[in-house]
Design a protein around this ligand. Structure first.
Ligand code: ASP
Length: 441
């Protein structure tokens, strides 16, 4: 079996966490491909190395002393190095980084050192082979990954019998320049490696028990989702749930490789399994009526009324093309007979919303155009909703009986989610009511 195991920042935050990672890896011979993040926080007041390195770069750029920041980074790595009695020449590593530290230092190079050093230390600790992601993850200049090159490079390292440790979060362009991914990108590195190896499973170790049915900051002690489809997860992440980098799904989904979200601090717990299709597993273990509840606050909604627009061709298309001129993406377009609404993220549209409304009114000769603000969109996601008759009735009744006014409703034809728009003030209450109704205590 081929398993790719990725360990996030908190899983490699200090020597104790390194030891847990080693136990997890050694407990399973199939865990041969290891991806690590940079060291994260080991306690609440601590800092993530990646954040410190970004700050170092800003200080260098503006000529402000970065010494105290770099010291924090060094201390973290040196402490792990010393406590685990590693052989890696850490002085040499830091002196070669420091030699380049002037105002022209490349941001991607500097920030990537967090993952680079962490992976070097982990390889040393596991007696595994280190592969620099710069020599493995080959990006084209447009930022797309050249999978064929990655595969060819990785093949050069197979068959030596050693485990491989790869730093996450970066790769390089054809000119060898380091290319950093977006924040949380080590998840994507793990998914890419799983894809290239045709892995049987991609294990993603974090510091939470799995993906929760609802945000624990909103619902007290929510249950963990046992399994979820890629599509459901995509809906959940788009609407705000954040456990895995959004882009980590595509490389594994295309090869039907399951992702298993696991907890480094409790590796025997079930975690959350993310798969293409849950039908077989659901047969033996009936899931809850819904898979998850998530949502985002602060949407602006333009409400448009135009008599007879339902019989007129192209009104909606015209309205959306006006919105697209402002380079704003539309979240949803719930519609009635002679009216429809355009839902947009307030932070993306606040600078131009009035201008947009005037243009819509004039260009489309509308009867009226109005604005609703402070709207939250709450998404109820679940594969089981598709066949559950009367589900939306129960959902709306639950909100109604809890005095929550539903401002808009949207559902796609695949029926894996229902989105309700409520006022921001009702956001947490809405999520809690839905949880209570469909999951229970
Ligand atoms: N260290 C990077 C970050 O903090 C990448 C990662 O952890 O995946 O975003």
């Amino acid at each position: 079996m081929i398993k790719v195991a990725k360990f996030g920042g908190s899983s490699v935050a200090d020597a104790t966490q390194f030891a847990k990672v080693r136990n997890i890896i050694q407990a399973d011979h199939d865990r041969r491909f290891i991806v690590v993040s940079a060291c994260g926080k080991s306690h609440d007041e601590d800092h993530k190395v990646t954040d410190l390195l970004y700050l170092c770069h800003a200080h260098l750029k503006y000529g402000v002393s970065y010494e105290s920041l770099m010291k924090m980074v060094e201390e973290k790595y040196r402490m792990i190095h010393q406590q685990l009695q590693l052989r890696l020449d850490i002085d040499k590593e830091f002196s070669s980084i420091r030699k380049l530290m002037d105002k022209n230092i490349d941001l991607d190079y500097l920030v990537s050192r967090g993952e680079y050093l962490c992976a070097k230390m982990m390889a040393d600790y596991l007696d595994a082979e280190f592969i620099d992601a710069k020599d493995l993850l080959a990006f084209d200049y447009d930022g797309s990954l050249n999978y064929a090159k990655v595969k060819a490079k990785l093949n050069e390292h197979l068959g030596k019998g050693k485990r491989l440790v790869i730093p996450g979060f970066y790769g390089s362009f054809p000119n060898d320049k380091i290319h950093l991914m977006s924040r949380g990108g080590s998840d994507v590195t793990g998914a890419i490696i799983a894809n290239v190896l045709d892995a049987d499973i991609y294990e993603n170790f974090t510091d939470v028990p799995g993906i929760m049915i609802a945000d624990p900051r909103i619902v007290k002690d929510p249950k963990v989702i046992k399994r979820i489809t890629y599509n459901e997860l995509r809906e959940m992440s788009y609407m705000g749930a954040n456990v895995l980098h959004e882009e980590a799904i595509f490389p594994v989904k295309s090869k039907h490789i399951p992702i298993h979200i696991l907890n480094t601090n409790d590796p025997k717990a079930n975690g959350t399994l993310i798969v293409e299709n849950c039908d077989e597993l659901d047969k033996n273990d009936d899931p809850y009526p819904i898979t998850g509840i998530t949502g985002r606050q602060n949407f602006s909604v333009i409400n448009i009324v135009k008599s007879h627009s339902s019989n007129e061709v192209g009104v909606l298309a015209k309205a959306l093309s006006i919105v697209s001129k402002y380079n704003v993406s539309v979240e949803s377009v719930p519609s009635g007979i002679d009216s429809f609404s355009i839902v947009m993220d307030t932070s993306k549209v606040e600078h131009c919303i009035y201008e947009m409304m005037v243009e819509l009114k004039n260009e489309l000769a509308l009867d009226s155009v109005s604005l609703s603000e402070n709207i939250s969109m709450v998404a109820v996601v679940g594969r089981k909703m598709k066949d559950a008759k009367g589900f939306s009735g129960k959902l709306f009744a639950q909100l109604g009986s809890n005095d929550i006014n539903i401002r808009l409703i949207s559902q796609t034809a695949d029926e894996i989610n229902i989105i309700v728009g409520v006022m921001n003030k009702d956001f947490a209450k809405t999520i809690n009511c839905i949880y209570e109704k469909f999951i229970g205590a």
